[in-house]
Design a protein around this ligand. Structure first.
Ligand SMILES: [Zn+2]
Length: 310
């Protein structure tokens, strides 16, 4: 497959986000339905066949030597992909999020502030993976008209209760959401910590591109395959959870996917910290995260991609 060609690159903002402009010549293979082949022998982003096993104790993960994508070798059927969140009333992933909720208030404010650096309310906004509803609720409070998608029944009920009847949270996967979405086209589609849960790397960005209005933004946060924590923790890195994380992007692999899906103006940087950091750790991470961002070594990738019709 062809390589990514970005004609100009500039650093912007305190996070050192790189903005790439120009036409893409990348071609991202489409894996809408992963049938037949039980394992991936090539990178699902750049189609490179030169794959490494970077974590000997977690041999299920492969790393593309060209674009840096980390991905599970076994192809997970879509109806099994997020069972840790969706399986039962007491799905462990859902319970964990609900337990953390009282400590995430400051995190939501920070996310809204970060989103507001690129696109401001009012307007329709879709959040994919509404979770407990905390971020959606904060965004409603700043003037957005929010619509939510949340496949976990337990979390969907929790978020709908928090948001009240004026905001819809649909209990379904984004893959089946098209008929129920009422506010599209959106000025912004937001998916925080969602991409890593979807085995097909192009599916969410392609759907989001279709749902966005012209000049709308896709905003993503997802773990950074080349972050400092991965390098320090190696096989013990918490993101190597094969029951819920099926691909972990590098900056380059995410850029290839977004360009291949039609986005023309893309900024990708890194951010650090966790949703439940206390005041002291937040203070420290503001400095440390800023330094790591200069080297693209932060915990997570933060991507803003604009849809512009020719
Ligand atoms: Zn690759």
């Amino acid at each position: 497959m062809g390589g990514v060609v970005a004609r100009t690159v500039e650093k912007v903002g305190v996070l050192g986000l790189s903005v790439l402009r120009g036409e893409s010549e990348s071609a991202v293979p489409v894996i809408e339905e992963e049938k037949g082949n039980p394992v991936r022998s090539r990178c699902p982003v750049c189609n490179c066949g030169n794959l490494e096993v970077p974590f000997p104790d977690t041999p299920g993960f492969r790393e593309c030597s060209r674009c840096g994508l980390l991905f599970t070798e076994s192809i997970v059927p879509r109806n099994r992909s997020n069972i840790v969140y969706e399986a039962t009333e007491n799905a462990p992933g859902a319970c964990e999020l609900l337990d953390q909720e009282p400590r995430r208030e400051r995190y939501y404010s920070m996310l809204v502030q970060r989103i507001g650096e690129k696109v401001r309310p009012p307007g329709p906004l879709l959040e994919i993976g509404t979770g407990t509803g905390g971020l959606a609720s904060t965004m409603v409070g700043t003037g957005w008209s929010v619509e939510g998608l949340e496949p976990s029944k337990r979390l969907c009920e929790a978020s709908q209760q928090l948001l009240g009847p004026g905001t819809s949270v649909h209990c379904r996967r984004f893959e089946e959401a098209d008929p129920v979405l009422t506010l599209k086209p959106y000025r912004a589609v937001v998916a925080i910590d969602v991409l890593e849960h979807i085995p097909d790397p192009t599916l969410l960005p392609r759907r989001a591109f279709g749902w966005l209005a012209d000049k709308g933004y896709l905003i993503l946060q997802t773990p950074n395959a080349r972050g400092l924590r991965r390098r320090i923790e190696r096989g013990a890195w918490e993101q190597l959870a094969q029951d819920r994380h099926f691909l972990i992007h590098s900056r380059e692999s995410l850029l290839r996917v977004l360009q291949g899906c039609g986005f023309t103006r893309i900024a990708i940087g890194t951010v650090s910290g966790t949703p439940v950091d206390g005041p002291f750790k937040r203070f420290i991470m503001r400095f440390v995260g800023g330094c790591l961002a200069l080297l693209d070594l932060g915990n997570a990738l933060w991507a803003v991609a604009k849809k512009e019709q020719p």
